[in-house]
Write a protein that binds this ligand. Structure first.
Ligand code: ATP
Ligand code: MG
Length: 349
């Protein structure tokens, strides 16, 4: 549906040039909800504006629905843009127009007949749950309601793609959840492809199937949300995942472990710090007690957290393991056999 090939964008400045997007290649399938996540300044908004050519790339190709947008003339580009809706953090509604008037605007701009506009707007307001607010003005709406208007307006021209740039960043967690549920529903019901930009992993884990992580203009990793969570490859991804599940051990826990190791004075087998990440069904299996029984190993649980990612359980467990090297290797192998990610963390001690 969307293919970016080696796309770059540099903003030329008097003092210095900013390489906002560097050689990014991405493939987004029709009907998926694809997340682009990164810290502030990573280049996310620039990248999303490259997808509808609000910003022109210096080099590379932007192919949407089979056409390279960079090669279209102005009228063809305008038509192509109607297939790409967009929603924003600050909603960008017209304060002088009612809810109805805001949603009708894109249709008025392309001169659709009045009756057609009325029917279409009423249908859109029903989809986003705002039928009763049609005659209100933006200032009379909550943030969540304003974003629903933004979504209805973006859907007015029946786009195939919806770009969402931090659409929930100005909303509280509960409203965020309801807007994300709405996006999920229109993705399913209308088969809309959604590209969702955010700096919050919490948002991504709720609705995205695949994600790309951006840092300093580059895509530093991409893949299924669960595999990225399970085995983050870059530091920036780990930090962003910390938004959902902390991958760092609290300093107080580390100190306790260090005191315990010192106290043992090298007697017996050494302790090993392990972090386990469980996904999905593994969470319900008694793998740990199996490892304890089979390999006579002691586990001391230091820290645990559980969350849901893509409707699947996702848990992290940090523990101190004690036993012979052979038993430890056996236990780790057993866990890995059952798709538990085991990280040996002795280096942090
Ligand atoms: N029109 C512009 N002119 C000059 N520099 C720009 C322009 N737009 C963006 N930049 C710069 O490009 C870099 C990437 O900006 P961008 O807005 O794409 O980041 P972002 O990931 O969306 O950040 P945020 O999470 O804060 O929205 C930043 O250094 C920014 O200052
Ligand atoms: Mg941005």
């Amino acid at each position: 549906m969307i293919e970016l090939k080696n796309v770059s964008k540099t903003f030329r400045g008097a003092a210095r040039d900013v390489h906002a997007v560097r050689e990014v290649s991405l493939h987004i399938e029709a009907g998926e909800i694809f997340g682009i996540i990164g810290r502030s300044g990573a280049g996310k908004s620039t990248l999303v504006r490259l997808i509808n050519l609000l910003t022109r790339p210096d080099s590379g190709e932007v192919i949407v629905d089979g056409r390279d947008l960079t090669r279209l003339d102005a009228p063809a580009l305008r038509a192509a843009r109607r297939e790409i809706g967009m929603i924003f953090q600050h909603f960008n509604l017209m304060s002088s127009r009612t809810v109805f008037g805001n949603v009708a605007l894109p249709l008025e701009l392309i001169d659709r007949p009045k009756e057609e506009i009325r029917a279409r707007v009423e249908k859109l307001l029903a989809i986003v749950g705002l039928s009763a607010e049609a005659d209100r003005y933006p200032r009379q709406l909550s943030g969540g309601q304003k974003q629903r208007v933004g979504i209805a307006r973006a859907l007015a021209s029946q786009p195939k793609v919806l770009l969402s740039d931090e659409a929930t960043s100005a909303l509280d967690p509960e409203t965020t959840r309801s807007i994300l549920d709405l996006l999920k529903r229109i993705n399913k019901e209308l088969g809309l492809t959604i590209v969702l930009i955010t700096h919050q992993m919490r948002v991504v884990k709720q609705i995205c199937g695949r994600i790309a992580v951006m840092d300093d203009g580059r895509v530093v990793e991409s893949g299924e949300v669960l595999s990225v969570f399970r085995a983050p490859r870059s530091e920036v991804t780990r930090t962003l995942i910390g938004d959902v599940i902390s991958l760092e051990l609290p300093e107080t826990v580390l100190q306790r472990v260090r005191r315990r190791i010192e106290g043992r004075n090298g007697d017996g087998h050494p302790d090993h710090l392990l972090r386990l990440l469980f996904v999905g069904d593994d969470v319900d299996r008694p793998l740990l007690s199996e490892a304890v029984k089979r390999f006579r190993i002691d586990f001391n649980i230091l820290h645990g957290q559980i969350d849901e990612v893509q409707d699947q359980g996702f848990a992290s467990l940090t523990l101190l393991a004690n036993g012979s090297q052979e038993s430890l290797d056996g236990a780790i192998a057993l866990l890995r056999e059952h798709d538990v990610t085991v990280e040996e963390m002795d280096h942090v001690l």
